[in-house]
Design a binder for this molecule. Sequence first.
Ligand code: HEM
Length: 142
Amino acid sequence: MSSSAEDNANSKIYSQEALFELTAQNPDRYYLSIHENVYDVTEFLDEHPGGEEALKEYQIKDKGFKDATESFEDVGHSMDARDMMKKYQVGVLADKKEQKKVTSDHDRTQSQSEGLNFSFLVVPALLLAAVGIAYQLFVNRA
Ligand code: HEM
């Protein structure tokens, strides 16, 4: 396979269904998911310094979806490892796009509520200041 074919494969978007179709059609290959990316680590099993079992444990097959992200991060993989894994990426999960949307919706809700909280503080502060001034005027006049 040429590297340009790999580049194309990197951007392939897999729905859960499409991913299960891929794994069903290639039962001998080891696919796993890390950070919502899909990797085919079949060629890497022998080379993995953490052993092939660590990778095999997270194989996506038979409609059983496992996410290897947490274990991958727990190990504290080096930058070299992260560079290396690009070579084995075959696509991204469709969820990744969904998640981005959810995150930005969440951010928006958060900033909206921050705006609300801010006005809640301003109104009583202004009221207090007005009462204070009125009191000063009242006392000075008396
Ligand atoms: C494509 C995915 C992966 C790649 C390219 C990869 C690559 C590597 C590399 C290069 C190392 C050597 C240490 C380092 O440079 O950080 C390593 C160590 C290790 N990996 Fe992975 N890894 C992958 C996925 C995983 C997964 C899913 C697990 C699951 C638990 C795992 C478990 C480990 C363990 C336990 C070690 C430590 C070995 C030791 O220090 O004795 N790796 N990996």
